[in-house]
Design a protein around this ligand. Structure first.
Ligand code: G
Ligand code: G
Ligand code: NA
Ligand code: MN
Length: 242
């Protein structure tokens, strides 16, 4: 039908544009990397999450993720030495040999594979095997949107990630909410005991930034630090907002 034709046409044209959002280390407010986020033209719609979901409905989820990944990784040569690039990947896509091969084609210690869960994981043993392969190739593994959707504590225990990305719903407004602070504090300890870094997503205000710093969060990402844009802009962000 028509939506399938549109999706296939977009895949053939590799019609995905990555934008990049800076990741900042709280200890010294330095940019340590960026996350690639996909954008689509209006034929597919303005909401990336919806486009990925539509592709999944059409049985083309991993195909679209592969194109998105490829477009993002094309920018890796522009990433300054020592910085890391975060790329999103669903558990389903990580079982696709093409996706795995594409990720493994990159040199080690530059990639953070952000495992994004919009549906329950069907095959944990297979997912863990893929993640082990990626780690053996030098990639880091992050659990995305921790605390939201299907990203449970059990999921984090299974994946043993190198970093945990706290969902925006936990971060936003944290300065004014003792309950969110308590949750974040416990997750700081949880992450430390796993040997993982804790990143807070969706930081929009200086107040929240300061609260996260006091709680001992390692890394931050959000509109306050930088909006998604060209990679050169993301990695040259000068942070002096505190
Ligand atoms: O970019 P936005 O800021 O709107 O992201 C919306 C959602 O789309 C997020 O959940 C994000 O994880 C997902 N997303 C964005 N780009 C990609 C991508 O390249 N691959 C996958 N799998 N998900 C992505
Ligand atoms: O699922 P994932 O965490 O990858 O998606 C990140 C999404 O959050 C993207 O859609 C991105 O554009 C958006 N985003 C990034 N920073 C902020 C922020 O500070 N506030 C809000 N509201 N959204 C943000
Ligand atoms: Na992400
Ligand atoms: Mn996220």
């Amino acid at each position: 039908d028509r939506s399938r034709t549109r999706m296939l046409r977009a895949l053939a044209a590799r019609a995905v544009e990555p934008v990049f959002q800076p990741v900042v280390r709280l200890a010294d407010m330095q940019v340590v990397g960026a996350e690639a986020l996909s954008r689509f033209d209006l034929a597919l719609g303005p909401n990336p999450a919806q486009v990925f979901s539509d592709a999944g409905q059409l049985g083309l989820g991993p195909d679209l993720e592969l194109v998105a990944l490829d477009r993002a990784l094309e920018h890796l040569p522009e990433l300054p030495e020592g910085m890391r690039l975060g790329v999103n990947a669903s558990p389903e896509a990580l079982l696709d040999p093409r996706v795995l091969a594409r990720l493994l084609a990159e040199p080690g210690h530059r990639l953070v594979v952000e495992v994004t869960e919009h549906a329950p994981v069907v095959d944990y043993p297979a997912l863990l095997r893929s993640l082990d392969e990626l780690r053996a190739g030098g990639a880091y593994v992050a659990v995305d949107d921790a605390g939201a959707g299907f990203s449970s504590l059990r999921h984090i225990l299974q994946l043993r990630p190198d970093s945990i990305k706290l969902d925006i719903d936990i971060t936003r407004g944290i300065a004014a909410d003792p309950v969110r602070q308590a949750l974040a504090r416990s997750l700081v300890g949880f992450a430390a005991s796993l040997g993982a870094e804790l990143l807070a997503e969706g930081v929009e205000t200086v107040e929240d930034l300061h609260a996260l710093e006091e709680l001992g969060v390692d890394l931050v990402q959000g509109f306050l630090l930088g909006r998604p844009g060209p990679l050169a802009q993301a990695v040259s962000t000068k942070e002096s907002r505190r």
